[in-house]
Design a binder for this molecule. Structure first.
Ligand SMILES: NC(=O)c1ccc[n+]([C@@H]2O[C@H](COP(=O)([O-])OP(=O)(O)OC[C@H]3O[C@@H](n4cnc5c(N)ncnc54)[C@H](OP(=O)(O)O)[C@@H]3O)[C@@H](O)[C@H]2O)c1
Length: 261
């Protein structure tokens, strides 16, 4: 008999805010114990206490800066712990990238690549190794609809996450390990404010709620979908971004970018 998905212990990176916190809540509501990873130790402890009190699940915290390879390795070790296995891994921690590509200082791009590509690949491999050995598990990688268009370094990074996830799902086919890439549109979280991105030009009808995004994503995971694009509006926009001529996609993206600078 196939074991049910979305049970056991879930490790969520960036589990203290926005989409990651929404994953933590939704998985705790299903009875999953949690391991939360983020940098801010006080916020991790506060979030863990709240989730434990509200859902009665065990919540471990692991303070780590996932842009730092040595700290990523501490999370790798947690994913490899056979005595306390992680059955659901949500590779979510990330940030906005507001810097131009033509710049004297590429450090913001390098940091984004460390956090949203290197850590995603290193942790994804660690989770996949352990889950494959057990013949069971779920990996959710948080990409973005922005990865289908051409909004600078951020789009490039999230495009990587989407392709990587689809490739990982192929490599893990038949092992019992399910991989889903989540491609959200605009979600109300701390993301844009933290990155200093102006959002005034985004119509309010296009904003999504993090809890709704996560509910849709988990429903897609349970259906075995490799890609999850929550909301009908963003399903249409994602389809257009993938099927329209690239020149048209670049033109629309240029307009979007000019409204945000
Ligand atoms: N919001 C959107 O519109 C949107 C749309 C599409 C995709 N996404 C993606 O969704 C994911 C979550 O974003 P969000 O909107 O929920 O943002 P958020 O509200 O700013 O939350 C980011 C989370 O990641 C953690 N984090 C950030 N940098 C980290 C680092 N270096 N090491 C470890 N943890 C780190 C933060 O905690 P600490 O600060 O304590 O580390 C926080 O828990 C990201 O991958 C983002 O690219 C967001």
């Amino acid at each position: 008999m196939t074991a049910p998905l979305l049970t056991g212990r879930a490790l969520v990176t960036g589990g203290t805010s926005g989409i990651g916190l929404a994953f933590a809540k939704a998985l705790a509501a299903r009875g999953c114990d949690l391991v939360l990873v983020a940098r801010d130790e006080d916020r991790l402890k506060r979030t863990a206490d709240e989730l434990h009190q509200r859902y009665g699940v065990d919540v471990e915290v692991l303070a780590a800066d996932l842009a730092d390879r040595a700290q990523v390795d501490a999370v790798t070790a947690r994913l490899a712990d056979h005595d306390s296995p992680v059955e659901v891994f949500v590779n979510n921690a990330g940030k906005g990238v507001h810097s131009r590509l033509v710049t004297d200082d590429t450090s913001e791009h390098e940091h984004a690549i460390d956090l949203m590509i290197t850590a995603v690949v290193v942790l994804g491999a660690a989770a996949a190794r352990s889950m494959r050995e057990r013949g069971h598990g779920v990996i959710v990688n948080v990409s973005s609809v922005a990865g289908l268009i051409t909004m600078g370094g951020y789009s490039a990074v999230k495009s990587f996450v989407r392709t990587y996830s689809e490739s990982l799902s192929l490599e893990l086919a038949g092992t019992g390990v399910q991989v889903t890439a989540l491609l959200p549109g605009w979600v109300r979280t701390e993301f844009h404010e933290r990155a200093g991105i102006r959002t005034g030009s985004i119509p309010s009808s296009l904003w999504l709620d993090a809890d709704r995004v996560v509910a849709d994503c988990l429903a897609d995971v349970e259906k075995g979908r490799v890609r999850s694009v929550p909301s009908a509006r963003f399903k249409v926009l994602a389809w257009l971004a993938e099927h329209a001529p690239r020149a048209a996609v670049r033109k629309v993206t240029a307009r979007l970018v000019s409204g945000r600078r």
